[in-house]
Ligand binder design. Structure first.
Ligand SMILES: [Zn+2]
Length: 404
C-alpha cells in the first residue's frame, strides 16, 4: 500500500471521522477507518442487513461473532412497524434491538418505490400506501431526517428518487436531479434539527442510472455538499457486472477522497473484491442471509446448495478453511439434515457461515491492502471463486428486495 498523505474528514465536532490510511498503487482500492461514538469500523467493510431491526434468525451476539462492525436497518420498514413513537419510547433502535455498535439506516426511498403501492412523486416528496395494510403515508427529505434522528442512527441516508429499470434518459436525469435537490433539503434539515448531542451523520446518494455523464454530474454534486459520506446508489439492479464495474470506475474518482464511499446493495463475494478494487469502502446486501435461508452457502470455490444429495454424507465442515461457529462445530451432513428436516437451526447456522464468509473476504482485502499485495490477493480470489452469474439480480438487491 502506498503511503499517502493521511486524509481525514470529521463531523460532529470530531465524534465521527473517516481516515484514509492508504491507497493501492495498482488500483483505486483504499484502506480506511471510520470512528464513531459506538465503535471503530475498519474499511473496506461489509455491513449485514437487519431490515426490521433484526439480522434474520440471528442473536446480535452471533452477528457480532461473525466479525460485523456495523449493521443496517431500514427507515421505511421501521416507520411502518413498530413505528417511530415506539422506537423513541424504547430509547432508540440500538436499545430496542440489543445492538450497541453502529447502525446505518437506509432512508427507505427504494422500498417506497419498489414495495409500496400507489407511490406518487412530487417535488415535495413521495406519497404511498403501506405494503402492510394499505394505509396512506408520506415521506419528504425532511421527514426521513426526523425519523432517522429519532431512531438514533449512526449513519443516516438521504431520501432519493429511485427509478425502476429500464428507464429512459430524461426520466433518469429528472430523478437524479431531484435526488440532488432532496439532498440539499436533507442537509438543511439535518443542520436545523440535529442538536449538539446527536450521534448521527448524513450520507448523500449518487444516482445517474447507467449513464456516464449523469453519474459524473451526480458524483460531483453529492461530493460538493456538506455530507459525512457518499453512497453510490442505483447499481446492482439487474445490469451486467461489467456495466456496474464501469459505472464505479467513472464514479469513485469524482467523489471526495477524504470521505467514505458506500456502494448500496452489493454483497456477492466477487462484487466485494470488484468494488473494493474500484475504490468502495462500504457495502451492504441481503444476499448472504437470504441465500443462507435458501440453503446456498458460500465457499472459496463458489456457492453450494446444502440440500443437494452430495452433502448428505459429507462428514466435514461446509468450508474446512472457515472459522465460523457453524463450520468449527458442525458438518455439512448435519446442516443438510437440518434443512431437510426443516429445523430452524439450519437457517441460523447457514446465516452465521455466510456472514462470516463475507467478513473474512473483507479481512483478506484489508490485510492485502495493508501488506501491499492486493493485486495478487484479488487474482487468487477470482481464479478460484466461481460466480453464479455475470449479472446482478434485482432479487439480491436489498433496496429492491421484496420483503427482505
Ligand atoms: Zn463457516
Amino acid at each position: 500500500m502506498t503511503e499517502t498523505t493521511i486524509m481525514r474528514s470529521t463531523a460532529l465536532g470530531g465524534r465521527f471521522s473517516f481516515e484514509l490510511l492508504g491507497t493501492d498503487p495498482g488500483s483505486l482500492a483504499r484502506r480506511g477507518r471510520i470512528e464513531t461514538t459506538r465503535g471503530t469500523i475498519e474499511t473496506p467493510v461489509f455491513m449485514p442487513v437487519g431490515t426490521q431491526a433484526t439480522v434474520k434468525t440471528l442473536h446480535p451476539d452471533e452477528v457480532l461473532g461473525t466479525g460485523a462492525q456495523i449493521i443496517l436497518a431500514n427507515t421505511y420498514h421501521l416507520m411502518l412497524r413498530p413505528g417511530v413513537e415506539l422506537l423513541k419510547d424504547a430509547g432508540g433502535v440500538h436499545r430496542f434491538m440489543g445492538w450497541d455498535r453502529p447502525i446505518l439506516t437506509d432512508s427507505g426511498g427504494f422500498q417506497v418505490f419498489s414495495l409500496a403501492a400507489n407511490n406518487k412523486v412530487t417535488e415535495e416528496g413521495v406519497t404511498f400506501a403501506s405494503h402492510i395494510d394499505g394505509s396512506p403515508w408520506k415521506m419528504t427529505p425532511e421527514s426521513v431526517i426526523d425519523l432517522q434522528l429519532a431512531f438514533g442512527s449512526d449513519i443516516m441516508m438521504q431520501l432519493d428518487h429511485v427509478l425502476g429499470l429500464p428507464a429512459e434518459r430524461p426520466a433518469i436525469q429528472d430523478a437524479t436531479e431531484r435526488s440532488a435537490r432532496w439532498l440539499e433539503r436533507a442537509v438543511a434539515a439535518y443542520d436545523n434539527r440535529s442538536g449538539e448531542a446527536t450521534r448521527s451523520v448524513l450520507f448523500g446518494i449518487q444516482q445517474g442510472g447507467m449513464d456516464a455523464d449523469l453519474r459524473v454530474w451526480s458524483a460531483r454534486t453529492v461530493g460538493s455538499m456538506d455530507v459525512a459520506g457518499c453512497a453510490v446508489g442505483g447499481l446492482s439492479v439487474g445490469e451486467p457486472k461489467d456495466v456496474m464495474n464501469a459505472m464505479l470506475e467513472i464514479s469513485t474518482p469524482e467523489l471526495p477522497a477524504n470521505k467514505p464511499r458506500y456502494l448500496m446493495g452489493v454483497g456477492s463475494p466477487e462484487d466485494l473484491w470488484n468494488g473494493a478494487e474500484r475504490g468502495i469502502d462500504m457495502f451492504d446486501c441481503v444476499l448472504p442471509t437470504r441465500a443462507a435461508r435458501n440453503g446456498a452457502l458460500f465457499t472459496p470455490d463458489g456457492r453450494i446448495t446444502i440440500t443437494n444429495r452430495k452433502w448428505q454424507t459429507h462428514h466435514e465442515p461446509v468450508d474446512p478453511s472457515c472459522d465460523c461457529a457453524a463450520c468449527s462445530r458442525f458438518t455439512a451432513a448435519y446442516i443438510h439434515h437440518l434443512f431437510r428436516a426443516r429445523e430452524v437451526l439450519g437457517l441460523r447456522l447457514a446465516s452465521v457461515h455466510n456472514l462470516r464468509f463475507l467478513a473474512r473476504q473483507m479481512e483478506d482485502i484489508r490485510a492485502a491492502l495493508d501488506s501491499g499485495t492486493f493485486r495478487g490477493a484479488a487474482a487468487a480470489f477470482h481464479d478460484r471463486y466461481r460466480p453464479v452469474a455475470n449479472r446482478n439480480t434485482a432479487h439480491d438487491h436489498p433496496r429492491g428486495a421484496v420483503r427482505s
